[in-house]
Design a binder for this molecule. Structure first.
Ligand code: ADP
Length: 475
């Protein structure tokens, strides 16, 4: 929906693909044409690059936008699209491949003097080697899957005794999730902030950055709240990180929109983490403070156009915050909450943007990431953005599934968030169901259960013969 909106504005006709689970999805209706790609399971539908290319040919499509999930960072798919004579709206297969492996990415940027988290340069094969490295960099360390993504395949090791077990687990997790068991070791930065830089590069040698996004509010190493600008960066650090992000992009001859991720420690030292070679979920916050439509730029770059601005011409204004509205229960460990959207009315209002793909009455399918929408608020300053996001959370009417909306409210109202003094440990440090009012909900549930039990008992008593009313039965 997000991509097609821009395409429509640019006068480009669109063809959507959909799985059997998504027949009723708004994107199917929104597109000019739509084609069924396969059964619900993503392995049989949205990950079937060959089928998607077949459909593209059938509809005489001249460009494919891969969105930000599924095949969006798949070099083989980008290659196959190009070979079929269709434009892939994204970077070259080479750039995707280099940055798709965290180890290859570090290798590519090493010669540019970009600061990196201390750790291994290559995959670690033996426990002996892992032990020696961990002792050298100092515990705690983090074992990471080179092919990892989405916060998966990461293990924190506090001390040497846990190393062997965690290594084995990380390797098996990486093998089953990514088909590649290579793991490496990094120093675990205790309380970092996740700050990433948006870049744009055309095919004529121009690369610019569009400032940062702060994405430190995470659960399971995955982002839930993102904002721009970050409340902690000084203009100097912003400029230095931006310049380094441009170098990272140039290191792999990048074209299109991409994101360079960094960790920032408590002394404001930053370290390169990885590069995402696609549009990010959280791209709207950048769009709102810069006024630049990133999808439009992606399409223009893919057409071979030059970037219409230089670094010095870019600036930002105001503040934007995004909350990812997931069908997850924040009061039950953020477990997916599957069900029907019995009520679904997104908020509207000044400075409010909702990017969604659901309508009232639809089921949240079990097959995909359970993200319902992204709620974005813009304000003249951070305080106004927070206030607007809070109003929009209150006005968002969703029933039928649990969502991360109450979590968003908790974050916006929390002193640590309001003051800007927070890091990736925010959820662990502050969020408990009780603190967020989930205790009230649990209490409510207990009261309702008790009432139900009393009701059923009295009904039973009415139906049963008098003898059942003797004291010892009721007791
Ligand atoms: P993925 O590709 O799975 O998203 P990333 O390397 O981007 O993995 O890291 C995701 C998150 O994991 C980061 O935002 C951060 O919270 C945490 N993380 C990653 N590396 C480190 C590290 N060396 N020290 C502390 N936290 C880390």
């Amino acid at each position: 929906m997000r991509v097609m909106r821009t395409a429509r504005r640019m006068g480009i006709r669109t063809v959507a693909v959909y799985s059997e689970a998504d027949r009723q999805a708004p994107h199917v209706q929104f597109a000019d044409e739509a084609a069924l790609v396969g059964p619900p399971s993503s392995a049989l539908s949205y990950l079937r690059g060959d089928k998607i290319i077949e459909i593209a040919k059938e509809f005489d499509v001249d460009g494919i936008h891969p969105g930000y999930g599924f095949l969006s960072e798949n070099a083989a798919f980008a290659q196959a699209v190009t070979q079929a004579g269709i434009t892939f709206i994204g970077p070259s297969p080479h750039s995707i491949e280099v940055m798709g492996s965290k180890l290859a990415a570090k290798d590519a940027v090493r010669k540019f003097n970009i600061p990196m988290v201390p750790g291994t340069e290559n995959a670690v094969a033996s426990i002996g080697e892992a032990g020696a490295i961990s002792r050298r960099i100092g515990y705690p360390v983090l074992i990471k899957a080179s092919a990892g993504g989405g916060g998966k395949g990461m293990r924190i090791v506090e001390s040497e005794e846990d190393l062997q077990e965690q290594m084995e687990r990380a390797i098996s997790e990486a093998t089953s999730a990514f088909g590649d068991g290579s793991v490496f070791i990094e120093k675990y930065i205790a309380s970092p902030r996740h700050i990433e830089i948006q870049v744009l590069a055309d095919a004529h040698g121009h690369t610019v950055h569009l400032f940062e996004r702060e994405c430190s509010i995470q659960r399971r190493h995955q982002k839930v709240v993102e904002e721009s600008p970050s409340s902690i960066l000084t203009p100097e650090i912003r400029a230095a990180m931006g310049a380094d992000a441009v170098k990272v992009a140039q290191a792999c001859n990048y074209t299109g929109a991409g994101t360079v991720e960094f960790l920032l420690d408590e002394h404001l030292n930053y370290y390169f983490l990885e590069m995402n070679t696609r549009l990010q979920v959280e791209h709207p916050v950048t769009e709102m403070i810069t006024g630049i439509d990133l999808v439009e730029q992606q399409i223009r770059i893919a057409r071979g156009e030059e970037l219409p601005f230089k670094q010095q011409e870019l600036s930002f204004k105001g503040h934007a915050i995004e909350l990812r509205v997931y069908a997850e229960d924040p009061f039950d460990n953020f477990m997916p909450s599957i069900g029907k959207l019995k009520t679904y009315r997104p908020p509207t209002g000044k400075g409010i943007r909702v990017d969604d793909g659901y309508r009232e009455g639809m089921d949240i399918p079990i097959y995909y990431d359970p993200m319902i929408s992204k709620l974005i608020a813009y304000g003249r300053d951070r305080r106004e953005a927070i206030e607007r996001l809070l109003e929009a959370i209150a006005a968002y009417d969703i029933a039928g599934v649990a969502t991360t909306l109450p979590f968003g409210k908790f974050v916006m109202e929390h002193e640590a968030f309001a003051s800007g003094k927070f890091d990736t440990q925010f959820v662990k440090k502050y969020f408990t169901p009780d603190a967020a009012g989930g205790g009230d909900r649990k209490e409510g549930e207990a009261v309702a259960l008790l009432a139900l039990q009393l009701f059923l008992e009295s009904k039973k008593a009415l139906k049963e013969p008098q003898v059942a009313h003797s004291d010892w039965v009721l007791r």
